[in-house]
Design a protein around this ligand. Sequence first.
Ligand SMILES: [Mn+2]
Length: 242
Amino acid sequence: MNELKKPIYFFSDAHIGLNDENSNNQFPLYNFLDHVLTNASELFIVGDLFDFWFEYKNAIPSCYNKVLYHLNKITNSGIPVHFIVGNHDCWVKDYFTNQIGINVYKEPITITRNEKSIHLHHGDGLALRDAGYKIMRSILRSKLFIFLYSLLPINIGFAIGKKLSRKSRHNHKEDKNGEEQGMINYAELKLNNGCDVVIMGHHHKYLYKEFDNGIYINLGDWLNENSYATFDGNKFELKFWK
Ligand SMILES: [Mn+2]
């Protein structure tokens, strides 16, 4: 198979807004995005770019400025950027599409690049023991909830959102719910159904796992691991940004 002119890049789980340092220039993600600008043919963000994103009509919290600036440079240069939303940024509406030119997906997608079928899923909702997550998910994503939340003053809404998202992240560190295995099972199912590669995030622990009929990559995160993946047309690689 021919190599692509430039590789495709994948990353997830930057959780911007969680730490003060990830909204300043020192946050390694911004150097990585500059690298993407000159080296990538396409960029996929596989969810939880933000620790908490809520789309107010006329306001964007200031801690998001830097990443939006970098992403805007990438789309302006003509590199397609795709954003599969995660459980921390499920409230994305049309800002990314209309203002930055990013393609937004609210559900998992399967794409074909260089004859490889690649399935992309943030990875939430696949734990073996679900513990009410799916019910919670449908409430949080309902029109009524979003409307009521939008009535809160922005500073209060933002403070509550950050608290809630901190709580939900701690849950999956110990993996009491069998999250990692649930995700592996899902990947296997997709590979058995004709996909060549499954790429997810969410679990905050990178993984590169080869099966007889394909590969499962977990992208890890940009809180501890600074991990990402590339596809050059022949091979998929899991890498670490220094
Ligand atoms: Mn997540």
